[in-house]
Ligand binder design. Sequence first.
Ligand code: ADP
Ligand code: ZN
Ligand code: ZN
Length: 726
Amino acid sequence: MMQRLRVAVETPQYAGLARALDYACPHHLPAGTLVRVPLGQRNIPGIVWAGAPDQEAAEARPLASLKPVAEVMQALPPLPPVWCDLVDFTARYYQRAVGEVALSVLPPELRKLDNAGLDKRLRLLAKRSGWAMPEPEGSLPPRRKSAKVQSSRPGPAEPAPPPPLPTLQPEQAQVLATLADAFEQAQPPCHLLHGVTGSGKTEVYLRAAQHALDLGRQALVLVPEINLTPQLEARFAERFPGRRLVSLHSGLTPAQRLANWLTAHLGHADLVLGTRLAVFCPLPRLGLIVVDEEHDPSYKQQDGARYSARDLAVYRAWLEKVPVVLGSATPSLESWQHAQTGRYKLLTMAQRVGQGELPKVRIVDMNLQPQPAPGQPAAPLSEPLLTAVRARVERGEQSLLFLNRRGFAPVLSCTACGWKSGCPHCSAWRVFHKLDRTLRCHHCSFTERVPKACPDCGNLDIQPVGRGTERLEEQVAELLQGLERPGGGAVRVARIDADTTRLKGALEQQLAAVHDGSVDVLIGTQMVTKGHDFRRVTLVAAVNPDSALFTADFRAPERLFATLMQAAGRAGRDAAAAASSEMWIQTWSPTHPLFTALRQHDFARFAASQLQEREMAALPPFSHLALLRCEARDAAVAEGFLRQARDMAQALLTEQAADGQVTFYAPVPPHVAKVAGLERRQMLIEASTRPGLQRLLAAWMPQLPALRGQHKGLARWAMDVDPLSI
Ligand code: ADP
Ligand code: ZN
Ligand code: ZN
């Protein structure tokens, strides 16, 4: 007998927000089964979804009128119920269609295959990896494969014996004892591991993962950046020879990503390391989730379903009743606040491993430095900092100079008429890149050759204003010219940023050069401050960190503090060099409380002062935000849409039972108002409670697609729940 099946499919944005489509099938299929169903002229992938059919939909479309399911993907065991619950929650919380979320978090390759194609892939993978094929009809794989997997991947046939384990530091032992308890609990709490850089957090992750593996479970470890996965992968692979470890991130080929995802879903992977998308990886034996550098903004997806993988990891751990560890030297203020109120369990590691001391922080007051002669560019490094860098070079130690702006100069300007290198399509300057003499817009990528003369007045004297990493590299090389290294030879200055690492493998190559000591002074953007374990660096300097102090973005200080702490953590990782390690900061605001807290390596103090400010300003975590963004050629269209959307929401609020206060702010342009010819506008919604915000969004969002139709010329719109910047 034909049955009605609800199937989640990738529908156009917001169409039928919570609903799946109905299809007919001759037999029952469990929720989570992958199918292909007809939509229009095509067959598209879908997932059988649980829940009673929508009353309205059932009446409008009787069973006899439903199209049949085209194909059941029997080769794949159904996605587990907790996976469906996680997707359901994500769709509801971030206000997206459930089918959009469900399909977008599957490996893209999986969506393309039919059952025969998938079956072939699975057989190939099983043969290559040496495991038995899963039984069809959706039965789960055996709970536990033998620990020693005969991998046919390149590598030694006999796994190398694991290295001897280091003796735990007292703080590590204490943290692990708490985590061991958590594994025993029916509903383990969320743990916030606040550990200074070099306190041995990774060792804690390794031991906790060992605990999960010993229980026959899988461990999921999330990292913010693709670049950090190989390093971590190497550490885990070394610790767990013979265990199957897979990575999941967008840098894999589609075939690799599918193979790794399948390995995890079928229960054959013991460890999964990945970026934010890995939070959705189905794991039948999940036993532990770790979120490393939990404060990192990369955990927030910035398009489609704008989810926070960190927050979803916490939710997933709760769903699956497994321990979760959020680790950071500078936790997000949200997590820190939860730890203060006891909602999260705070674990602290305040000591660096071994003799490793935290570097001494030195603040250079730029107001007291000699100013350049009129017309001359300012020196990039103050006299005391330059002296310190020279001393490092002469001792054969490395320095890392951090400047968060790539290119040669952020703008070119005409000395006669004041013309500036603006982007014709954006409200932003185009950056001067000297290497290929181009002006490039970092927002829309519009690129042109540098004009020979001023386009406005014909003057030949066009000058770079300000400094990016490319210019810093040139200037520092000049300043250090003639200096001798201990072994003889000229000083080697190198740069790592998005421009030098465009080619595949370039970053690894450049990092290797730093590690093997063939670089004396490394210049880089934020990219180099994250996670890399530079053994020989004894001086880290923030060349110009001030701009972050004075932006409208309420999270800017939090982010700057995290970046500087993390940068400081690059120095003195080698115990022998730790004593002479220094973090230098050049600033025009030397008495800023942020720098005072940094000097004392006092995160708690910084967090307390920030939280106080946030509470006074009713900002997160003391309020809950959503941001409605839109774009149109004409700013008035964008603003009109937002205003009408607001009127609608206000009308809804008067109908709803109050759950705290909801405040709507006026539509405003974001920091960069126009990008690629489109005017951007956004409207902030601030609610005193999370349920209050969620209730409003649930009623409001379904009305917005129709409203959009009334505003001709509106290009795009999106709701961002818990936005990172406003
Ligand atoms: P974090 O992630 O907190 O910055 P790591 O886990 O990278 O710190 O540890 C810093 C260094 O200390 C690493 O080289 C690591 O191998 C080493 N280490 C960690 N724990 C111990 C220990 N208990 N004994 C000896 N060395 C350790
Ligand atoms: Zn001019
Ligand atoms: Zn542009």
